[in-house]
Design a protein around this ligand. Structure first.
Ligand code: NAP
Length: 375
């Protein structure tokens, strides 16, 4: 059992050197200040939007590739698992914490290179995703406006291939630079190398575990068209003027505000599950049992079934709570921490819903949220 009662900052106290004193490299010093420190037993609670979880055994705020390499070396020398943390908006951290090394990604920087048809934007993973979207829209660049208001960092947005209102981030990505924790070198991957899928990428797979995103290059357009095909956006613009790049961003922000919890008030990680993707044959079989089951055709020929609809209409769980966790009353795919929920309570409720979904449609949905630590 880990004791969480103290916090150590390198190298504040002599008695804090249990692990750290055997680390030979000194901390990075810039302008006389210690810029890079490895901390021990840092509570996760204020580092994730669910506001739950135990402590990180080690954590370092990493602001450069040099610091990243130092952090990775430290973890590798001690055979510690590494978890890269962005803004903690898509994770559920175990109440027992994480017995490994947390790299808090804080590499910042944005560069726009304008070309005749648009711009190439090279963005560091520690940048806030929505700040980047806002800047792109201000510069009149199309491509990511439908992804407005999504919480989290640029690095996490790419690793997760975030999507909303018919747009996925992969559609604007040209290349991704990564730090390979095996070779300890940076390399650049093409779009196809990234193996983007529905809310997934190579970086989230077992095979890509050794890659940490260090920079992303997006291709954005000057004269793109807006996409308002999703029902909520269509409805928003029904009696209004032709949507512009700017008004689409405003619309998405407003729709999200009315449908999703305010992170400053409520603990949540947004969508807890991924929508179901089934074969056309399976969908037809399900429709015989559930005639009004909605489904959207994908390019792959498969059918995407909105899980929120099932949780609401078949499980009748919208707004229903269990212990200190609830299915959000405005969007049933979202779980919320009502009042000091434990990670275990959230996990148990999610597992229960997952099982009920399996019983109803015969398919177990995947979790969109990433689990950190043991469950
Ligand atoms: P919604 O409009 O209530 O629709 C429910 C689901 O049906 C969505 O998840 C969406 O799948 C799918 N859908 C709806 N219209 C579609 C269409 N015309 N073509 C294909 N699929 C369609 O969804 P919502 O909850 O308000 O969310 C709106 C968008 O924001 C969605 O794209 C959703 O993914 C995104 N969002 C993401 C998060 C997150 O945490 N990652 C949280 C909230 C909302 P898709 O999810 O595949 O788009």
């Amino acid at each position: 059992m880990i004791s969480y009662t103290y916090v150590r900052a390198y190298p504040r106290r002599a008695d804090a050197l249990t692990f750290l004193d055997i680390w030979s490299s000194p901390p990075l010093v810039m302008n006389g200040h210690c810029m890079f420190k490895i901390q021990e037993y840092i509570s996760f609670r204020d580092l994730n939007t669910f506001k739950v979880g135990g402590s990180a055994r080690f954590l370092a705020d990493v602001a450069s590739i040099k610091e990243l390499a130092k952090a990775v070396s430290f973890a590798k020398e001690r055979k510690l698992p590494i978890f890269v943390l962005g803004e903690g908006s898509n994770i559920l951290v175990s109440d027992e914490g994480f017995f490994g090394f947390v790299v808090k990604m804080n590499i910042k920087g944005k560069r726009f290179n304008f070309v005749p048809n648009g711009a190439r934007a090279t963005v560091s993973p520690g940048e806030n995703w929505d700040d980047f979207v806002e800047e792109a829209v201000q510069k009149n660049l199309y491509g990511i406006e439908n992804l407005s208001g999504i919480p989290g960092s640029v690095g996490a947005a790419v690793a997760q291939n975030i999507g909303a209102y018919g747009t996925e981030v992969k559609e604007t990505i040209e290349s991704v630079t990564v730090f390979d924790t095996d070779s300890m070198e940076e390399k650049t991957l093409s779009l196809s190398d990234c193996q983007f899928g529905y809310r997934s990428s190579y970086f989230k797979s077992e095979a890509g575990k050794n890659l940490i995103v260090t920079s992303v290059t997006f291709a954005l357009w000057k004269k793109g068209g807006v996409d308002i095909e999703y029902q909520d956006l269509k409805k928003f613009f029904r009696e209004k003027n032709t949507p512009s790049l700017y008004t689409v961003r405003q619309a998405v922000l407003e729709i999200r505000k009315n449908k999703l919890p305010d992170l400053s008030q409520v603990g949540t990680a947004g969508s807890f599950f991924k929508n179901l993707v089934v074969t056309n044959k399976k969908y037809k079989t399900l429709r015989k049992k559930i005639p009004n089951l909605p489904g959207f055709s994908l390019e792959s020929g498969e059918i995407k079934i909105p899980l929120a609809w099932i949780i609401d209409n078949l499980l009748h769980l919208k707004g229903v709570s269990k212990e200190n966790v609830a299915v959000y009353d405005k969007q049933a795919i979202v779980l919320v921490n009502l009042h000091n929920a434990s990670a275990k309570e959230i996990y148990n409720y999610a597992k229960k819903i997952q099982k009920q979904l399996k019983d109803v449609v015969g398919v177990s949905p995947e979790f969109e949220v990433c689990f950190v630590g043991e469950f």
